[in-house]
Structures are given as structure tokens and as C-alpha cells.
Design a protein around this ligand. Structure first.
Ligand code: BG6
Length: 479
């Protein structure tokens, strides 16, 4: 008997702003991703006190503008996914293709037509689309004019966007997610909430207010989806970093529990259980405000309660290790949520701590906490690939990484976890979200494009392409 269920959804994942390019075609408006400079300093640059959300081509590059030109090559790309045997393909709909400024009353038909074609191409190959409604690409105007997600008016704009795409596609698309990595705002509020230092990111109350608005908006999307078709599956999407205490010192154990509450569990608790967890007040008091200071609409809590998500999608790249007792311990540089270096783990080229067993633990923690199906919608190794003269990449390091994580998933299934599927990140090379680099590659498919935008954009199969094809064909038996 296979280690994975018969209908296990093997596939891959991308996001519009990181691969489509064509950033001003088909009536698309600017999104926040379009003003993020390329390069490892992008988060630092946008947090400068005078950052004003403008494109400054004199001093910076903007790799998202061109992406990998998927907008014009999606047919070729999806055909390659089909060749690998993908059962599903997770992608996002660029909000600013549908509502260029975010606050229009009527959608941009050209944008919808583009996704009509993407979905039709998936269907041609029997690939199930899995759509992220909002993946780090809100219309720029919603940030400049309204101040990002801390403004309650965004609930209305998102609801309109969600209703538009759900209504248009619900007959072809069963699986949806509301917000990509919603909890990442605790440390990186720019991409998910449109908040940087110059518009309030340093005040944590803004981040929690923005979350509240997103929770309500997401619950409304769940409601719309279920009204259209009760069988629609609308999930949340979390960035999950399994969190360990550095040692058995109770002080570190307690700090670990608190980090789990603040980062891994808070957003999931609200979206899956439909109510704020008991520790909410404590989290907020830490930053000098109270739940009662938030702007909460009359019906908000009822909307949350009656519209919990159907499943938990999450990304998993790394674990985190907490120590608050010994200040001499080395910090884990590169890890998205900080922490100290775990002496038992290797790190990726970008310093992320690689931990396959941590994925098995994550799956157990999430499933046992919520008893709802879980879906690994991102995982993978960002690495520097070195193609030979024929553009072949022998990426055995990536195969090893993925194999170990798939084995960990098999372990979790044996533990009794209800696991829906696996969509490794960046199944075709694309622009990195945190560093804006092309050189940080995750794909099974190599794209000839460098950090400066040079290259033919031709696609080449890496060694991992054939390997993953066999993994899917054998339903995870041949690793
Ligand atoms: C997740 C995001 O954080 O990780 C993706 O949902 C992102 O958008 C992926 O690309 C990998 O991170 P990075 O920074 O290496 O691109």
C-alpha cells in the first residue's frame, strides 16, 4: 500500500508577482511587489523612513516587472508541469490585474481573460488549479491612498475582488486560499499588509488591526465561496516554522511556547476556530495596547465564527530555535523569524536551517491542534544552480532536500495526519520574494535569466524534473 492517499495532490506552487512579469500589460495596475527593489536589501530599503513607494530605476532594478515572462509563456510552462504529471498547480491571481487600483467598482475584463486561459490550460491537462486569492501583491493604490490593511475599507475592496474571482471560476476551481502566509506580517508586514516604517509598521497595533481586517475579509471570502458551492474548499495559508527550545531550561521552554503563540498559531487559531484565542490579550498587552483598542465592526466576530476555513495550507522551509537565557549563543542569520543556530541542522545557501523532521512535527502540531486537513503548499530549497554548457543542472542537492521532506510527510501520514497534498515552491525558477533575486532558484525547470535581467528566458529541465516525475507517477514510492 502506498504511503500517500490515492488522491494525493502532487504539484507545484508559484505567485503571480514572482513569475508573470508584464507588469503593465492588459490593463494591470501597479502592485506593491512592483515597487520592491531587487536584491538582498529590499526589506531594508523599504523600511527607510523616507520610503515613498515609487519606482526608482536610476538606483535599483525591479526583477518582478519582467518576472520569467510567464504572462506570455504560461502555455509552455503548464505543459512542462503536465509532463511532470502534476495533479494540481497552485498559483495566485494578481489583484491589480483584476482591480488595477483596488478600489474600482468593476473589474478589468482583460485581467480576468488572462486567468480564464491559465485555468483552461490547466484543465486541458487535468491539472487541478489551487488559487491563492492574495499573495503579496495588493494594488499599490490601496497602500498609498488608504494606508494598507490597517484601514478597514480594505475589507470591502478585498471582498469585491474575492467575489469577482470566486464567481468567475468556482465551477472550474475547487481549492482556494485567502491570504498567503498571513502570519509573516509579524516580522515582514510590507508584503502581506502594505506596512513599512513610513506608514506605521513599527506600531504593532497597526499590524494586529490589519490582521483583524484580513481575518474578516478572509471569512467573507469563505462565506462567498460556500454560498456559490458548499463543496468549495477555502483554506488559510500560514508560514509555519516549527519552533524548538534550545534546551530544557524552563525559561526557554516558556519562551518557545510564547513564540509559537505569537507566530505559528495566532492567525491560524482565529481563521480555523473562528475566534480569538485566550492568549490574545497577553500578546497585545506586550505591545502596550488591548484588544478593546482595535476597531472591530458590530458583525465582525460573528462573521469570523460562522465562516472558519476548510483546511490549513502552509509553507514550510525551516525550523526555529529559541533561547532567551544565554546571550552568547550564535544567532541563525538568514532565518526568517530569527532564533539561534541549531547545532543539529545544516543551512541552505541563504542561511535557512534545513530540517525535514521539523516538517513531520509541523504536520502533527497543526493537524492535532485543528483536526482539519492540512496541505503543504510550499516547501523547497533556494539554491545557486550551475548549469553546464547545455544548460543542464544536476541539482542533486535539491533532490536530497525534497526527498527528505517527502519522507517526513510520509511519516506524518503514518502518524494519522490528514494530508491533502504537496506543492513545492517555485516549481519553475522565479523571482525570490525576500531578496528579489533570480539566482535564488527553487525550480525543477531552469529559466535562463540572471539577476540583472539578462538571458534568453528559455526553459530547461533540471535533473530534479525527471526525479519528481517519477515521485508523482509512483505516488511517492520511488524517492
Ligand atoms: C514564501 C512565499 O515565503 O517563501 C513565497 O510565500 C516565497 O512568495 C517563498 O518566494 C520562498 O522565499 P524566497 O524569499 O526564497 O523567495
Amino acid at each position: 500500500m502506498s504511503k500517500f492517499p490515492k488522491n494525493f495532490m502532487w504539484g507545484g506552487a508559484t505567485a503571480a508577482n514572482q513569475l508573470e512579469g508584464a507588469y503593465q500589460e492588459g490593463g494591470k495596475g501597479l502592485s506593491i511587489a512592483d515597487v520592491l527593489p531587487g536584491g538582498p536589501d529590499r526589506f531594508k530599503l523599504v523600511d527607510e523612513p523616507d520610503f515613498d513607494w515609487t519606482i526608482d530605476e536610476k538606483h535599483h532594478t525591479y526583477p518582478n516587472h519582467k518576472g520569467i515572462d510567464h504572462y506570455h509563456r504560461f502555455k509552455e510552462d503548464i505543459a512542462l508541469f503536465a509532463e511532470m504529471g502534476f495533479k494540481c498547480y497552485r498559483f495566485s491571481i494578481a489583484w491589480s490585474r483584476i482591480f488595477p487600483n483596488g478600489d474600482e467598482k468593476t473589474p478589468n475584463e482583460a485581467g480576468l481573460k488572462f486567468y480564464d486561459q491559465v485555468i483552461a490550460t490547466c484543465q486541458k491537462y487535468d491539472i487541478e488549479p489551487v488559487i491563492t486569492i492574495s499573495h503579496y501583491e495588493m494594488p499599490l493604490n490601496l497602500v498609498k491612498k488608504y494606508g494598507g490593511w490597517k484601514n478597514r475599507q480594505l475589507i470591502t475592496f478585498y471582498e469585491r475582488f474575492a467575489r469577482t474571482v470566486l464567481t468567475r471560476y468556482y465551477k472550474q476551481v475547487k481549492y482556494w486560499m485567502t491570504f498567503n502566509e498571513i502570519n509573516s506580517a509579524l516580522t515582514f508586514p510590507v508584503m502581506g499588509q502594505g506596512l513599512v516604517a513610513s506608514n506605521g509598521a513599527n506600531d504593532k497595533q497597526n499590524i494586529y488591526q490589519a490582521w483583524h481586517n484580513q481575518f474578516v475579509a478572509g471569512a467573507k471570502a469563505v462565506k462567498i465561496g460556500h454560498e456559490l458551492d458548499p463543496n468549495l474548499q477555502v483554506g488559510c495559508m500560514l508560514l509555519y516554522a516549527t519552533t524548538y527550545s534550545y534546551d530544557s531550561n524552563p525559561v526557554n521552554q516558556m519562551a518557545t511556547l510564547e513564540q509559537n503563540q505569537a507566530f505559528n498559531h495566532f492567525c491560524g487559531d482565529v481563521q480555523v476556530r473562528g475566534e480569538y484565542p485566550a492568549y490574545t490579550e497577553k500578546l497585545m498587552n506586550k505591545y502596550g495596547f488591548s484588544f478593546s483598542d482595535l476597531e472591530i465592526g458590530d458583525d465582525d466576530l460573528a462573521i469570523l465564527k460562522t465562516n472558519p476555513v476548510d483546511y490549513i495550507g502552509f509553507s514550510y522551509y525551516m525550523s526555529s530555535t529559541v533561547d532567551v537565557a544565554d546571550s552568547s549563543l550564535e544567532q541563525a542569520s538568514g532565518n526568517l523569524i530569527g532564533g539561534v543556530k541549531n547545532p543539529f541542522l545544516k543551512t541552505s545557501d541563504w542561511g535557512w536551517q534545513v530540517d525535514p523532521i521539523g516538517l513531520r512535527i509541523a504536520l502533527n502540531e497543526l493537524y492535532n491542534r485543528y483536526q482539519k486537513p492540512v496541505f503543504v503548499v510550499e516547501n523547497g530549497l533556494g539554491a545557486v544552480d550551475k548549469p553546464d554548457k547545455n544548460f543542464h543542472v544536476q541539482d542533486d542537492y535539491r533532490i536530497d532536500y525534497l526527498r527528505e521532506h517527502i519522507e517526513a510527510m510520509a511519516g506524518a501520514v503514518a502518524d494519522g495526519v490528514d494530508l491533502m497534498g504537496y506543492t513545492p515552491w517555485g516549481c519553475i525558477d522565479l523571482v525570490s520574494a525576500s531578496t528579489g533575486q533570480m539566482s535564488k532558484r527553487y525550480g525543477f525547470i531552469y529559466v535562463d535569466l540572471d539577476d540583472q535581467g539578462n538571458g534568453t528566458l528559455n526553459r530547461y529541465k533540471k535533473a530534479s524534473f525527471d526525479w519528481y516525475k517519477e515521485v508523482i507517477a509512483s505516488n511517492g514510492e520511488n524517492l
